[in-house]
Write a protein that binds this ligand. Structure first.
Ligand code: MG
Length: 135
């Protein structure tokens, strides 16, 4: 499984990678612009990501705007909504309005920081992306 981890906090990013790298092939993006670029490049190379962890709070281009850009790019390329990348938002704030906005922009789930390994694997399993026996 190909995963793009989008997180502007270096320590947080390393932690996510550490949790995921045994099960997934991980790329990192450290801001919103990089994330959109990485996503688009993967599409052009026909090696799309299966899953994206997307931080909401980032300078300049925030996670919600990245999500909107990702869904636009998929639509432009004729990718059906159910065939698009699965997107799990990561957020420090348990803010109902922001989470609602993310679901309106078609995210697939969210996790509240601090990130725990069990929590992210539960989300991944909920999306049917991992064998139920995986960690
Ligand atoms: Mg952040």
């Amino acid at each position: 499984m190909r995963v793009l981890i989008v997180e502007d906090d270096f320590v947080g990013s390393r932690l996510m990678k550490k949790f995921l790298e045994a099960e997934c092939f991980c790329h990192l993006a450290f801001d919103g612009r990089e994330a959109i670029e990485a996503f688009e490049t993967a599409l052009l190379e026909e090696k799309p990501y299966d899953l994206m962890f997307l931080d909401i709070m980032m300078p300049e281009v925030n996670g919600i705007d990245v999500l909107k850009a990702v869904r636009d790019l998929e639509e432009q390329r004729g990718i059906a909504p159910d065939k698009g990348v699965k997107v799990i938002m990561t957020t420090a704030m348990n803010d109902a309005d922001v989470i609602m906005e993310a679901f309106n922009a078609r995210c697939d789930g969210y996790v509240v920081k601090p990130i725990r390994k069990e929590q992210i694997f539960e989300e991944i399993r909920n999306l049917g992306l991992l064998h139920p026996e995986s960690p």
